[in-house]
Design a protein around this ligand. Structure first.
Ligand code: B3K
Ligand code: ZN
Length: 874
């Protein structure tokens, strides 16, 4: 396929202003009648043919202004329908198409999930429902009439507000929904099925009463309460924080069990993967509750950033996604602990986006070409996209940032906008030139900032020399310097140096230094001896910081930095340094040596701990993948695994008593509550037990067994099981069996069980995964199941996916090929696990390449898989 290019954008030749749909639901033969109000686009080419997109549609009839269109007046192909010479005035095109929702395994367009009819149209699924101009800059007002068998689909939902419903002969019924807000077709949705409901009410800031509904599988209503609560809090927060008010009389959320991603922000009718709606203490972990809260908020926030203001074209995806991730991160920060949320977000950013950015799939936050847009719903577009907004706020200051947002929300409301439109609002609000800043959208790769420090004891000055560089990425060899906000402080033996002044007498407002050139320096005045600079506080820019810090400097920052993020970062850096050395030792057949001071520092944190969630983040040492990224090349995953295991065992045995005492002290009191403070306590408790078991299994395992048996909530239960899973033996197998039996009827809980077993870092795991694929509850056709088992093996088990014998690669390649025909999006997602293949040591690299070439050689690959495999090998 030839790529679509940003530079080739031009407006459509026709516009569609109104869409009137009549959908007669049927399991295998749904008939869709679409009446489109079309007119020539003044910005398009006059007299051009009208080319509508279509995919797997059967056309039953077509009329123009009520008159049948002659077969010579139009052409049909596998990708669309062309009306050869449409009238050059407004006209009505009415088409009837037939589709088969049961046969729709791609889960794009109209499909059935456990008998429920639902739709997914972003990015290009609407063309699988009717012929249309399937692109986001075509915005129309929709009326949807849905008709179905009343017994099969008692609940009928559409976008907007309900206007009419009634019964029909032969046990059928109908409902009509109307959405007054013009929208692109990717935001269209409908649902029909047997669903349970919980309802609520929200009064907006201007007094509009909104009826809220959350629809789930009948019998699971009680598990939807937290999602409803999160929705109400999101609606309130968006009014307070961004002045964004809801604009319809109803807001519905439907949970379905077959869904390619997390959720979808269809106007007034969000459709969710049920994993991000359903929660009860017995079935959901604290992390699940936090994810539900974040995703409910994210989809709701799209109502303004995405729906009211949409994207001109799919290159602008980050316009809605980066901004909306930023907004949901801010929401969670306000609802929970801001520093802990930041640490968790940076962990994700580094694990997902930094990994993507340093491999063959690297692309800019706003790509300039794509072959398959579904492959660009990436950590770069989402997470780095959010970081870019965060930097904009840091650079402009909160007040000016707010002014820019207000201008954007007002000026672009109702429009299909671009990144340029967005940035223009902030340029205007600040009076600043943001052209260099806009490089963050165009240039791929993670910039490195190298820092050298020099202290002049006589002058009491501290000189910081910064140099930035961005490595080459596919298609971009030479990089320009970007604007990097570096928030910094200086930690002296007497405490924080404040305010920070330069030798030329300027004060650093907010401790912000902005690096714009390739190299720059800063000399600070009045710095006491033995001070340590604390750089990139709060992770003020998505860069790699290269700063030589000695263990004693790291300990200073860890114990005294005023910035919690950098306290955490100091501990991570220390652990990283120890693990990198251990990897070197192991690869030269010697025993790793660790550093008691590090273990003691962790122990001291536990003794004086007040913020449990923060301490839990400190205790979670860098992951194997973190270490691999730090090494960058010639990676031996077995050495990484063993280095990490050894450090954990070392810490666990050095501070075993403190760990055990902390574990006891943090015991549950009272019933489960998912609030952030309780979740933090549980997280720390599980982290202490985990390290204790790593250092002293004889002490830790019985405690884990007891916790597993007594747990009244999923966080404690799966926490204990995860610890047991790391230690081969009967304790593990018995617990796994008990858990599997207890939750045999609960697919979402079994996903945790599948995932946990797939992540066991032992040679026998691949066989275990193969065995689990024939478990009665497993199905490759269900995305949640596939991701839980196969996805966890490929993405959360570095040493086993990257087995030296290549069996992990061959296994994944087989699955990708098997899945590609049915669900290309899911297949392409799983294939992404190969993205780091070039950084491995040469035997593994060769084996990975063999499997990638085997996939590439297969004829009839989907565009999704073909695109990923081609780029991975390029
Ligand atoms: N906008 C959807 C993602 C659609 C993915 C299409 N392949 C969910 C979200 O980001 O909110
Ligand atoms: Zn989104």
């Amino acid at each position: 396929a030839t790529p679509v290019r940003l530079e080739d954008y031009r407006p459509t030749d026709y516009l569609i202003d109104t869409v009137s749909l009549d959908v007669r639901l049927h399991a295998t033969a749904t008939v869709v009648r679409a009446e489109l109000g079309i007119r020539p686009n003044p910005a398009g080419v006059a007299g051009a043919a009208l080319r509508l997109d279509g995919d797997e549609l059967e056309l039953l009839s077509i009329t123009l202004d009520g008159l049948p269109l002659a077969p010579t007046a139009y052409e049909i192909s596998a990708t669309g329908l062309t009306v050869l010479s449409p009238p050059q005035r407004p006209f009505r095109l009415t088409m009837e198409t037939r589709i088969n929702p049961t046969a729709n395994t791609k889960l794009m367009g109209l499909y059935r999930s456990s008998g429920v009819y639902c739709t997914q149209c972003e990015a290009e699924g609407f063309r699988r429902i009717t012929y249309f101009l399937d692109r986001p800059d075509v915005m129309a007002v929709y009326t949807t009439r849905i008709e179905a068998d009343a017994a099969e689909a008692p609940v009928l939902l559409g976008n907007g507000d309900p206007v009419e419903s009634g019964t029909l002969p032969n046990g059928r019924h109908f409902a009509v929904w109307r959405d007054p807000h013009p929208k692109p077709c990717y935001l269209f949705a409908l649902v029909g099925g047997k669903l349970g409901r919980i309802g609520g009410e929200f009064t907006t800031m201007s007094g509009r009463k909104v009826e809220l509904g959350i629809y789930v599988e009948p019998g699971k209503e009680a598990r939807a309460g937290y999602a409803l609560d999160a929705l109400i809090r999101s609606m309130r927060w968006d009014e307070t924080a961004f002045g964004c008010e809801y604009d319809l009389d109803v807001f519905n959320i439907v949970a379905v069990s077959d869904f390619n991603m997390g959720a979808m922000e269809n106007k007034g009718l969000n459709i969710f993967n049920d994993k991000y709606v359903l929660a009860s203490p017995e079935t959901a972990t604290d992390a699940d509750y936090a994810a539900i809260e974040a995703i409910i908020a994210h989809e709701y926030f799209h109502n303004w950033t995405g729906n009211r203001i949409t994207c001109r074209d799919w290159f602008q995806l980050c316009l809605k996604e980066g901004l909306t991730v930023f907004r949901d991160q801010e929401f969670s920060s306000d609802e929970r602990s801001r520093p802990v949320k930041r640490i968790a977000d940076v962990r994700t950013l580094r694990a997902q986006q930094f990994a993507e950015d340093s491999g063959p799939l690297a692309h800019p936050v706003r790509p300039s070409a794509y072959r398959e847009i579904n492959n660009f719903y990436t950590a770069t577009v989402y997470e780095k996209g959010a970081e870019v907004i965060r930097m904009l706020k840091a650079l402009l200051g909160a007040t000016t940032f707010k002014a820019g947002m207000d201008l954007y929300l007002q000026r672009c409301d109702g429009a299909a906008a671009t990144i340029e439109d967005f940035l223009a609002c902030f340029a205007q609000a600040s009076g600043r030139d943001l052209s260099q800043f806009s490089l963050w959208y165009r240039q791929a790769g993670t910039p490195s900032v190298a820092v050298r420090t020099a202290y002049d004891a006589a002058a009491r000055t501290l000189r910081l020399d910064f140099a930035q560089s961005t490595p080459p990425t596919p298609g971009q060899n030479d990089k320009e310097p970007v604007v990097i906000p570096i928030r910094l402080g200086v930690v002296s033996p007497q405490g924080e140096v404040s305010p920070l002044r330069t030798v030329t007498g300027e004060t650093l407002d907010d401790g912000l230094f902005v690096l714009e050139r390739t190299a720059d320096s800063l000399t600070l005045a009045d710095i006491p001896p033995h001070s340590v600079p604390s750089l990139l506080r709060g992770f003020s820019a998505p860069v790699r910081l290269e700063q030589e810090l000695q263990p004693e400097d790291l300990l200073t920052l860890f114990s005294r930095d005023a910035d919690p993020f950098n306290r955490w970062q100091a501990a991570q850096r220390y652990a990283m340094r120890l693990m990198v050395r251990a990897v070197e030792a192991l690869r030269s057949q010697s025993a790793p040596v660790f550093d008691v001071a590090f273990a003691q520092a962790l122990g001291e944190l536990l003794l004086g701990v007040d913020d449990h969630a923060f301490a839990a983040q400190v205790m979670a040492l860098p992951s194997e993948a973190d270490v691999a990224r730090e090494l960058g090349r010639d990676i031996d995953p077995d050495a990484v695994l063993h280095a990490r295991k050894a450090l954990r065992a070392f810490v666990g045995s050095q501070i075993g008593d403190t760990l055990a005492a902390t574990y006891e002290r943090l015991a549950n009191k009272g019933p489960y509550s998912p609030d952030a403070a309780s979740a933090g306590r549980r997280a720390l408790r599980n982290a202490t037990l985990d390290l204790l078991a790593a250092g002293d299994p004889a002490r830790g395992i019985p405690l884990a067994q007891a916790q597993f048996a007594a747990a009244d909530n999923m966080t404690d239960q799966i926490g204990a099981l995860a610890i047991l899973a790391q230690h081969p033996g009967d304790a593990r197998e018995d617990a796994l069996e008990a858990f599997g039996a207890r939750f045999a009827g609960d697919p979402l809980v079994l996903d945790k069980w599948f995932g946990l077993q797939a992540a066991i870092p032992e040679a026998a795991t691949l066989d275990r995964v193969r065995r689990l694929m024939s478990h009665p509850a497993f199905s490759l056709a269900n995305p949640n199941r596939a991701r839980a088992l196969v996805g966890a093996f490929a993405m959360a088990n570095m040493s086993q996916f990257h087995r030296a014998d290549g069996a992990g690669y061959a296994f994944l390649a087989d699955i990708v090929l098997q899945l590609d025909g049915a669900n290309p999006q899911l297949a392409a997602r799983l294939l992404g696990a190969f993205r780091t293949w070039r950084s491995l040591e040469h035997t593994r690299r060769a084996k990975a390449e063999t499997e990638l070439r085997r996939i590439a050689a297969r004829p009839d690959l989907s565009p999704d898989v073909s695109d990923i495999v081609t780029r991975s090998l390029a």
